[in-house]
Design a protein around this ligand. Structure first.
Ligand SMILES: [Zn+2]
Length: 270
């Protein structure tokens, strides 16, 4: 299992098609879903092999207690099974679905019933790609009009290979999707709570003004682009540098803990 994901990683980085194909064949043989039906809702259950991949590679999952692990697994299983996955120039391997779903679960752990319903399709590119709507090169993107999340696999892997640099395209794009999901009326909206969100945006405005003046206390310049980017960048710091974020921007950190219903600084310490 270890060598399989490493092989995939290596193949993704080097563009080694043979490696990707071998890993793919092994993966298809090993992975399958067991599914059960509970009342009206389908509950998907991860296989032991899938759980083993999370234990080995999903860093956030590794640090959780048993109850949170089970919540995390349910979200992963839902995403893997319910989202429509498309590889754009890359074979869509089971591990890719699993790891991208784990990234969503990391963000959504405090809201196990929120599954980004509006975003039905996840498209994965092998590396950064030229976006048709913007005409620019992207590592990832969210297109709410089309219910799409797009991710460059190479950049996704890079994000998880460097766990403390506050650059994680997977978390960044999932944060955008969460931000939109909160304001789309589909039965999943407003989970961020309007008052809490208003407080966040108020503090964010102040911090963005500081960043624009070159007086950022932590976040990189890009966070000052707009409220949506500020939130997405804050999420990257929240999970990759929680202690520093907590120390430098305690009020924003506390609001974000409330918004996401979790505290990664505490998870790291426990
Ligand atoms: Zn963004």
């Amino acid at each position: 299992m270890i060598s399989m994901l490493l092989l995939l990683t290596l193949a993704a980085f080097t563009g080694n098609l043979a490696g990707l194909l071998i890993a793919s064949a092994v993966a298809w043989a090993l992975f399958s879903f067991r599914r059960s039906k509970r009342t009206a809702d389908r509950v998907y259950v991860l296989t032991d092999a899938q759980r083993a991949v999370l234990s080995k590679y999903a860093i956030h999952y590794q640090r959780l207690g048993q109850t949170d692990k089970e919540k995390f697994e349910r979200i992963v299983a839902h995403f893997v099974h319910e989202k429509e996955w498309t590889g754009a120039g890359i074979a869509m391997e089971p591990e890719m679905k699993l790891m991208i779903s784990a990234c969503a679960a990391q963000l959504l752990l405090g809201y196990p019933d929120v599954v980004l319903t509006h975003f039905k399709r996840i498209v994965v590119y092998p590396r950064s790609y030229r976006s048709r709507p913007t005409g620019r090169m992207h590592q990832g993107e969210v297109r709410p009009q089309a219910g799409l999340i797009l991710i460059s696999w190479e950049d996704f892997l890079h994000g998880y290979a460097h766990t403390r640099d506050a650059h994680n395209v997977g978390l960044h794009e999932m944060a955008h999707a969460l931000w939109f999901e909160n304001s789309i009326t589909n039965g999943e909206e407003n989970f961020l709570q309007p008052e809490r969100l208003a407080r966040w945006m108020d503090h964010a405005e102040g911090e963005m003004a500081r960043i624009r003046k070159g007086q950022s206390r932590l976040f990189r310049e890009y966070a000052a682009t707009n409220q949506a980017e500020f939130f997405a960048v804050a999420v990257e710091y929240f999970f990759e540098q929680p202690t520093l974020f907590h120390k430098e921007l305690p009020e924003l950190y506390a609001i974000l803990c409330g918004m996401l219903q979790q505290d990664p600084d505490k998870v790291l310490l426990s």
